[in-house]
Design a protein around this ligand. Sequence first.
Ligand code: FAD
Ligand code: SF4
Length: 340
Amino acid sequence: MNPFTFVTVEDVPGALWLAGEGTSFIAGGTNLIDLMKVSVLRPARLLDINRLGLDAIEPTSDGGVRLGALARNAATAWHPLVRERYPLLATAILAGATAQIRNMATNGGNLLQRTRCCYFYDIATPCNKRQPGSGCSAMGSLARQHAILGASAHCVATHPSDMCVALAALEATVQVVSPRGERTIPFADFHRLPGDRPDLDTTLAHDELIVALTLPPADGFRAHSVYLKLRERLSYAFALVSVAAALDLDGGIIRAARLALGGVAHKPWRDPAAEALLVGQPAKEASFARAADALLQGAVPQGAGEGSNAFKIPLARRAIVRALALATAGTVTQHAEDAP
Ligand SMILES: Cc1cc2nc3c(=O)[nH]c(=O)nc-3n(C[C@H](O)[C@H](O)[C@H](O)COP(=O)(O)OP(=O)(O)OC[C@H]3O[C@@H](n4cnc5c(N)ncnc54)[C@H](O)[C@@H]3O)c2cc1C
Ligand code: SF4
């Protein structure tokens, strides 16, 4: 690990004063420290933001909820407001990592966790995300965890977060501050596709601090939502494919739908046109299959031989249909054994 200085900041203006190139905020440290240990990240200075507060979870005047950036993932998932109003989000968070990691990990840090592409972690291999212009080791190689949608000739990595898939489906917004003031970023615009700049995961500037996430009211989806995560083993693994599905039903007819995929692209994958296909349709398999085909339009496998991820396309299609069927039957929440 490279040498670095460690500064604990006591207030937001102090954090913004010191932020910038070569400096990283540290929250739970569950991703940043791992990346520093293997020399993928080498910040010269860490700014510990854990004393900034920013951990409140509170209702908004319009019936939504504001989640502090420094609220822990576990505290968020188990908060009564989140469990009651956004079971989809609570379930997605509890599908990620382990109880110990969720106790440390923060909401802001979860959004900014880096890809789990094995080549990104291995500094002996070329990787455009880690070292722009060096090449992509995943192309034509082992790519089981990689993208089938939205990839570029420069990078085929996926975003690994479970929480973010639910946040995309729920149309959250991200509140950030910087020396230039405050701004609010719609969730769909927060993460980027790789294009020719895979080193940039998000639209956040180096000196911007996430202070909160805001969830708009989603009462119509409360009774029919599910987060379905498919992975190599049942716990402690990242998604091969995941689906956040939420339906607003009028009897057996779909009034509104939300559908987002994880594990398939550089950002949570959502297409309002696929959701629109469900509106006014019976909540039946034929409707679900049409939406799945639309959402997966343009899917392309990566990798070669046994390392290919071609299996992900039919897997994702079946997962979407299954998630929508489960959501129709009623909201699926976390398992009782996950209780704190
Ligand atoms: C073994 C293991 C298994 C895991 N499994 C899963 C899984 O299955 N699903 C899943 O979704 N996740 C999983 N994770 C990832 C975990 O959820 C993330 O590591 C965690 O959410 C990151 O949060 P943190 O607060 O620890 O971030 P940190 O490590 O502190 O920071 C991560 C990044 O965010 C930046 N940052 C943090 N807070 C802010 C802020 N407020 N404003 C601006 N920048 C900020 C930091 O500078 C850094 O670049 C796993 C992690 C581990 C170690
Ligand atoms: S897929 Fe992206 S992160 Fe992985 S090796 Fe290629 S450039 Fe790097």
